[in-house]
Design a protein around this ligand. Structure first.
Ligand SMILES: [Zn+2]
Length: 388
């Protein structure tokens, strides 16, 4: 059924071509019209291979068949038959009687074929040639940016994104901010902290909502012992997008501990708890209560919190505190519950793309499924919020 839809453009192009040729060549048209309807019949009878054969034969008959070649080549690429697509588009480009528009479209298509085949060098060469063609500059730029992303050539990706934004008028700031973050991570990996900071500031200047830049600034500040700077960066993440709060709870706790400012930490946790009752906040508050006021206070808090806002992390913490009281046979059920909740936490997908629904166990900034930036976020771990 999917193939039927893919073949329709070929059928349409063939029909257009046959009708266009009618006044000039009555005998030829009779044969080609017959071929056209034969191809259509194969399509209707769900015999796509035979249909493709007929349409290919039609395309071979005459020089004036560029549209059919383009449609056929696209069809083969979509079917995954990239070699045949490259062959068809390549033979089209080799012709001398194409219009400029047809030649440029064929170059775009063979560029797409090369991309699909993973031949990035050849694709890049073709798209570079198309940059000077005003009708195709924007699409060539976007395909080149795609190639630079695949090759992790982030500097080129930034430069070409800026150019695309300039000519299309469409903001590319979210993605260029991520390219800057990629450059910052590369600098960090080589201990070039100053350069990393410059890229991260650049990222925030391009996209003030870039949570990744603040997360990286926070981690960088932690590495250099600037815990106050780190706290400010991590707290900015919550201001930018509360969905990323679970990512900053643990490092924030480490920063406040390093500064020995646990009162401040608990005040912050209470402040965010007023807005968010996720498992990590519940768990962090219970841990603090356990350390400061003992297990009874922690258990009272957890029992009360979980009744209203049940989370797996909170439940596991409650079971852990109760288990710490003894190891006898009467605790066997609790041990089983602890084991199950740990397995569930370890195996569960923790992140989901809000754009395409792709789920994954670790945080990706670029969704490998829909290729969007910043669409994957931590999944809320609240099992169910009871009505007030
Ligand atoms: Zn996605």
């Amino acid at each position: 059924m999917e193939l039927l839809w893919l073949l329709l453009p070929v059928a349409a192009a063939s029909g257009w071509w046959a009708a266009r040729r009618q006044p000039a060549d009555c005998n030829g048209v009779t044969i080609r019209n017959a071929d056209y309807f034969k191809g259509l019949n194969y399509l209707i009878d769900d015999q796509p291979d035979q249909a493709i054969e007929v349409f290919t034969r039609m395309a071979d008959v005459d020089q004036d068949t560029a549209e059919i070649h383009l449609a056929l080549g696209n069809l083969f690429r979509r079917r995954g038959e990239v070699d045949r697509a490259i062959h068809i588009h390549g033979s089209l480009i080799a012709r001398t009687n194409l219009t400029n528009d047809q030649r440029h479209r064929a170059m775009l298509e063979i560029g797409e074929d090369y991309l699909r085949a993973g031949l990035f060098d050849r694709a890049e060469e073709l798209f570079q040639k198309l940059l000077d063609q005003p009708d195709h500059t924007a699409i060539a730029l976007s395909r080149l940016i795609h190639i630079f992303q695949q090759e992790k050539d982030w500097r080129q990706a930034v430069a070409y994104s800026d150019r695309l934004e300039q000519i299309s008028g469409e903001s590319k700031r979210r993605q260029t901010a991520h390219f800057c973050c990629e450059l910052a991570e590369a600098a960090n990996a080589q201990n070039q902290h100053d350069e990393a900071r410059i890229w991260l500031r650049d990222a925030l200047a391009r996209d003030p909502d870039c949570t990744r830049a603040n997360l990286l600034l926070g981690r960088l500040a932690m590495r250099t012992g600037d815990y106050r700077v780190a706290i400010a960066a991590f707290q900015a993440v919550e201001q930018q997008d509360r969905g990323y709060l679970p990512e900053v709870i643990a490092p924030l706790g480490q920063c406040y501990s390093a500064l020995n400012c646990l009162d401040e930490w608990i005040a912050y946790l209470h402040e965010v708890q007023a807005r968010d009752h996720g498992g990590r906040i519940t768990d962090a508050l219970a841990e603090w209560l356990l350390r400061q006021e003992g297990e009874e206070a922690a258990l009272r808090f957890l029992e009360c919190e979980l009744r209203e806002y049940p989370t797996l992390l909170g439940l596991r913490r409650l079971v852990e505190i109760k288990l710490a009281r003894g190891k006898g046979a009467e605790y066997a059920d609790l041990r089983a519950l602890h084991c199950i909740s740990t397995q569930m936490l370890n195996s569960a997908a923790r992140y989901r793309c809000g754009y395409c629904g792709f789920v994954v166990k670790s945080l990706h900034w670029w969704c490998p499924s829909c290729l969007q930036w910043s669409t994957i976020k931590p999944m809320p771990d609240l099992v169910m919020k009871t009505s007030a």
